[in-house]
Design a protein around this ligand. Structure first.
Ligand SMILES: C[S@@+](CC[C@H](N)C(=O)[O-])C[C@H]1O[C@@H](n2cnc3c(N)ncnc32)[C@H](O)[C@@H]1O
Length: 286
């Protein structure tokens, strides 16, 4: 089978290149570790299926339910923007917390071109055919919400460009993005992230989480993140019935998730992408 030759586009940072994935959307490749931020078969398709749809976040927001999401690895903000645009379109409250030790500069984030990718995927129609419930994502109104949100996000980030704070809070209308600019380690969550799991704030307005997008680099490149210790912290920050989703189905990862109490199942991946991806649910009775 012919291996697709993917187009690479340089960025202002030497070790990062944009790569055009098979659905036409962009993802970053980190040349130092030879890993991309999304699967090469379709960055936007992966984000929609593995994160928005499999986690139930899309359904919650579509049903006007205020939602709290935690993401490990904000990266290019693709998962964040695609999710938050639904909240903005529906005018539903979204509290999105994300850890990112290497926040990308606005000069790179502004090259993402997400709305154009979604519009083009909408034209192709493949994803909508396979996931008819997701048709809202392929409307002109949603694409416009994405354009507006992206503008506000980049403006807010630019306003914080000189900030040395480890925690940034971006006010994006009905969406609040809390960014923890810290590295999560196997020996414990960073100070700012500990509040995700502390019981004493469990009743606070933006805790605990309905959904976790676990989007770290692969276990080979980020072994410190795929451990029972990290999964335990994540488990405790979820509401009973809350869901963790990830692209990785490795046996070790599934066993570590099960060990801390998650009910783990594999489910089909995005069209043309990984055959299976993971959904882990915190049981209702805990
Ligand atoms: C697969 S990428 C995330 C892709 C992202 N969700 C998106 O939509 O573009 C993994 C991210 O994890 C971040 N990361 C790496 N080591 C980390 C650590 N120890 N703690 C938290 N995040 C880490 C990287 O900087 C990178 O942005």
């Amino acid at each position: 089978m012919a291996i697709p030759v993917r187009k690479h586009i340089p960025t202002p940072v030497d070790h990062l290149h944009w790569m055009v994935s098979d659905d036409g959307s962009r993802t970053l490749r980190d040349l130092r570790i030879d890993e991309t931020y999304h699967g090469g078969c379709g960055a936007v398709s992966e984000s929609i299926v593995v994160y928005l749809l499999n986690s139930g976040a899309f359904d919650r927001l579509e049903n006007n339910q205020a939602t709290r999401i935690f993401e490990l690895g904000l990266g290019t903000a693709t998962n964040f923007l695609l999710t938050a645009a639904i909240a903005r379109r529906r005018n539903v409250k979204l509290y999105y917390h994300a850890v990112e030790p290497s926040l990308l500069p606005v000069s790179i984030l502004s090259q993402l071109d997400l709305a154009a990718s979604v519009a083009s995927i909408a034209m192709q129609g493949n994803l909508e055919r396979e996931y008819p419930n997701s048709s809202e994502l392929f409307t002109d109104e949603y694409v416009q919400a994405l354009v507006d949100l992206n503008h506000d996000f980049l403006t807010e980030l630019s306003n914080h460009a000189d900030s040395q704070e480890t925690q940034l809070v971006l006010d994006l209308g009905c969406v609040t993005l809390t960014l923890y600019r810290e590295r999560w380690t196997s020996t414990g969550a960073p100070a700012a992230c500990e509040n995700l799991s502390k019981d004493r704030i469990a009743g606070a307005a933006d805790m605990p989480m309905h959904v976790v997008y676990f989007d770290a680099f692969s276990p080979a490149n980020s072994p410190e993140l795929w451990t029972p210790e990290v999964f335990e912290t994540v488990y405790r920050c979820l509401v009973p019935g809350g869901v963790l989703v990830t692209y990785c189905v490795k046996g070790d990862v599934r066993r570590s998730l099960a060990k801390v109490g998650f009910e783990v199942r594999k489910t089909p991946g995005p069209p043309g992408g990984k055959r299976e991806v993971l959904v882990a649910t915190r049981p209702m009775a805990t």
